[in-house]
Ligand binder design. Structure first.
Ligand code: FMN
Length: 156
């Protein structure tokens, strides 16, 4: 099985999650920053997981741009899913902003939408992992939860 994890990260939290996900998928699974992915990394893939910090309810421009640039149907036959990092709603004091953030959504869904549009098969639900504050750290237990989430794709 050839698996790949692609991520973007500003403060390092999504990178930590991505590395844990890579480890959970297997000892040799590459975990690559979005700007460093080459066409050969994508050749013959069976599993592709893509993650981004949620910024303004969306993935980073680097992740969106990379995915949009993939040729049509290039993910045909590839099992895919998406993950993000995000702030917990409860940590937002203002009710008004809480409502806006809840409505705005997170990076996981737009990533998954493009992966599927490029031919990928979404075989597990997307994952969202929490940071305590914008720059982190990750909430306790999120690395473990990410590993568990990723292992789900090995059994489908
Ligand atoms: C400019 C900016 C916009 C953000 N927008 C959102 C958002 O819409 N929803 C959310 O839950 N968190 C938001 N956050 C918090 C980020 O999700 C958080 O910084 C990210 O998970 C950290 O991941 P990283 O360390 O990989 O960059 C935002 C943070 C910044 C700096």
């Amino acid at each position: 099985m050839k698996a790949l994890v692609i991520y973007d990260s500003v403060f390092g939290n999504t990178e930590r999650i991505a590395r844990e996900i890579g480890k959970a998928l297997g000892p040799e699974v590459p975990v690559i920053l979005v700007g460093k992915v080459t066409p050969s990394d994508l050749a013959g893939l069976d599993v592709l997981l893509v993650g981004s910090p949620t910024r303004g309810f969306k993935p980073t421009p680097a992740i969106t741009g990379f995915l949009e640039a993939l040729p049509a149907d290039s993910l045909k036959g590839v099992k895919v899913s998406a993950f993000d990092t995000r702030i917990p709603l409860e940590s937002i004091k203002s009710r008004f902003f809480r409502a806006i953030v809840k409505r705005g959504g997170y990076a996981d869904k737009p990533i998954a939408e493009i992966l599927v549009r490029k031919g990928g098969e979404l075989v597990i639900p997307t994952g969202g992992f929490f940071v305590v504050a914008s720059e982190g750290p990750l909430q306790k237990g999120e690395l473990e939860r990410a590993g568990e989430w990723a292992r789900g794709i090995l059994s489908v």
